[in-house]
Structures are given as structure tokens and as C-alpha cells.
Design a binder for this molecule. Structure first.
Ligand SMILES: [Zn+2]
Length: 362
């Protein structure tokens, strides 16, 4: 599955529009009208896409705002990281490979800093003070599921300046270059994972990332930005995942959205959308196990039948103490909840086997 791509920022036509690279058309585009872009400010921008012949462009007010708020003038390369369906975290680099300002630790929250370099054989210089004042002589580098121990030293490239850079070298570095078949000049993005660990992502010349990584959703800032008018009916636009490190966003299969509001908590039930019930045979379940981070609560699945038309199922409701559940999960009202069916388990209740639907709720 493709997750990441790099491309040059079009300095002439931005913030009006940006033509996306071919890699986007081939591996990421699903015919959607807009994409969710997340900036370093941890806000979401719902940016319109325009298909213009063979080209796909980002354009419109939201894209303009995104650039204005998140991309400083000296950024020349943009890096899109897919963290959920049609959702990308976007960062950028200067010509020297330094991640754009605004990405300092205190601004990024749980995001970590990155740099972009081209591979040089016989040791690798990382730009600026990417690793800040770390004098550790060995770093662990993770790439494509492999781990390498690489020597590290601080180097003073310019004798006139006190600024020091970082150099990776030694047998470990040579083995990494050989094992991963990295070509001279190949694009590489290092992410500082902290604790003397680096992650390495390799890119083809067309900007496509070569390997898969574990990508978790950004914890979006609350309150969110106003939703663009064209996305106002889109429940995804109202949802904010508040489960740190949640890993079930890579697709929207088996997902429904319902708002937790006063009606749900007052009447102790939540109605599952009808088409979802039909597709997922919700009436065949006796219970639902709702999981949010370390919280696990069992709700009853109640089938409401239409008395005037026997055999017809009108609604399926999840009944239980929604107020308590919301409080335990830290949901603030009104909260657009996302339910993803992740498993079905059998359970014996009073000698009878019932099916339990296990949902991730965030
Ligand atoms: Zn989530």
C-alpha cells in the first residue's frame, strides 16, 4: 500500500493551485472531490481537487489557507504522508533538507522532526542541527523492517561557523546502504524517533516512497477550524480521533459515524444507520463490545421490528449508558463518533451462544 510521496512545491502558482505529481494520480486518487490535509498546526483543511486533462490540482480557498498557515516561503519540497483514507499529513523541506519552521517540537506535539537528504556514499551528512545537541556515538536506524546500528559524529563543516552537523558512517552505515540497495543521490527522509533512534524512508525519483511504515493519525487540535461548505454534510469532516496512537484509520471499510448528543445519552440508545445494519447484518448480534483505548464497555444490540409489517427490521439500536461511556472516553458533546467493526466473537450467555460485534470507537 502506498503511503507517502514527495514533490517540488510550485512556487509560481501557489497559493492558487498546485499540480500533484503523477504518483498521486496513480496510487492515491480514488475519484474524490476533496482531500483532508493536516498541517503542522494540527488543523484540518478540506482541500478541493480539480481534474484538468491528465493533471490533478489542489486549489481553492482551503488550499490557499493551508499554504498560508503551514508552508513558510523557503519550503521547496512537500511531503504527503497518508494517515487515513483520503487524509494526508503534510510537511515540507527547504533546499537544504531542513523541515520547515513551525515543526519544532513544541509546535508539533507528538509529531517528530524530519529531514530530507540525498544519499552520499562513504558517510551521510544530515543538515543543520537535525539531531540537535546529541553527542551519542551510535544511532539505531529503522528502515523497511530492518534495524541497523550506525556510527555517528558531530562535524563542523564550516570552520567560520560554530554550527555543527551530524554525520552517519561506519560499517553499519555501509551495510544499510548495501542491504537496502540505496543508490548514490537517492532521496531519503530521516525521522528522529527520539531516544537515539531514527526512521529512514527511501523515495524513488518520481517521489514515490519505496517501503511501508506504521503511520498513526495526528491528534488534531480542538476546537477545529470551520468546515468548508462543500463538506458540511460529510460526517468525516466532523470527526476528530481522540485515541492517541489509534491504528484503524487506514481505510473506511465497516465504518459508520453517529453523533453522541443529548438525545443519545438521555434515552440510553443510539441508532445504527440503516444501510450499515443491512450490509453488516447487525440484527444477528446480541451484544456490542465498544473499545476506546483502554476502555471496554458492553452494550446491548436491540432490534426494533416494525409491528405493522412482520419480518421487517426497522432499526438496530445500541443500548446502554452512553453518558458514562462518553465520560470514560473523554468525549465532549456533541461528539461525532466513528465506529469501526474490527471483530466478531461468540459468547455463551445463559447457555445460549450470542454474537458480539467488537467496535473501535473514537
Ligand atoms: Zn481513531
Amino acid at each position: 500500500m502506498d503511503q507517502q510521496f514527495l514533490f517540488p512545491l510550485d512556487g509560481d502558482n501557489n497559493p492558487t493551485y498546485q499540480i500533484l505529481p503523477r504518483v498521486f494520480n496513480e496510487f492515491f486518487y480514488n475519484g474524490e472531490r476533496y482531500v483532508f490535509l493536516i498541517g503542522n498546526n494540527r488543523q484540518r483543511y478540506i482541500c478541493l481537487l480539480m481534474v484538468d486533462g491528465n493533471e490533478i490540482k489542489l486549489y481553492g480557498d482551503e488550499w490557499g489557507r493551508f499554504i498560508e498557515d503551514n508552508v513558510p516561503p523557503h519550503v521547496t519540497t512537500l511531503h504527503f504522508v497518508k494517515e487515513a483514507e483520503t487524509t494526508f499529513y503534510v510537511t515540507g523541506y527547504t533546499d537544504f533538507g531542513v523541515e520547515g519552521p513551525g515543526y519544532e517540537r513544541r509546535d508539533v506535539g507528538n509529531r517528530l522532526s524530519r529531514c530530507l537528504v540525498r544519499c552520499t556514499h562513504g558517510g551521510q551528512i544530515l543538515p543543520g542541527d537535525f539531531l540537535q545537541n546529541i553527542w551519542k556515538s551510535v544511532f539505531k536506524i529503522y528502515a523497511n523492517g530492518l534495524r541497523f546500528r550506525v556510527n555517528h559524529e558531530r562535524v563542523q563543516l564550516n570552520m567560520e561557523s560554530v554550527v555543527r552537523s551530524n554525520r552517519l558512517f561506519g560499517n553499519g552505515w555501509e551495510r544499510l546502504v548495501t542491504d537496502l540497495e540505496i543508490a548514490d543521490g537517492q532521496l531519503m527522509v530521516f525521522t528522529n524517533l527520539g531516544d537515539n533512534k531514527l526512521n529512514l524512508a527511501l523515495f524513488f525519483n518520481n517521489g514515490r516512497c519505496m517501503h511501508e511504515e506504521v503511520v498513526l493519525p495526528t491528534m488534531l487540535r480542538i476546537p477545529p477550524r470551520a468546515i468548508a461548505p462543500y463538506a458540511i454534510q460529510d460526517k468525516r469532516a466532523k470527526h476528530i480521533c481522540c485515541w492517541k496512537g489509534h491504528n484503524s484509520h487506514n481505510n473506511e471499510n465497516d465504518v459508520f459515524y453517529v453523533e453522541l448528543d443529548g438525545t443519545v445519552t438521555e434515552f440510553y440508545h443510539l441508532t445504527v444507520p440503516t444501510d450499515y445494519c443491512e450490509d453488516h447484518l447487525m440484527h444477528t448480534y446480541g451484544k456490542a463490545l465498544l473499545v476506546h483505548n483502554h476502555q471496554m464497555v458492553t452494550f446491548n444490540v436491540k432490534v426494533i421490528r416494525d409491528r405493522s409489517r412482520p419480518g421487517r427490521i426497522n432499526h438496530v439500536k445500541l443500548t446502554g449508558n452512553w453518558r458514562k461511556f462518553g465520560e470514560r472516553c473523554g468525549f465532549n458533546h456533541p461528539k461525532m463518533m466513528r465506529f469501526k467493526l474490527i471483530n466478531t466473537i461468540g459468547q455463551i450467555v445463559e447457555g445460549e451462544e450470542i454474537q458480539v460485534a467488537v467496535f473501535h470507537v473514537c
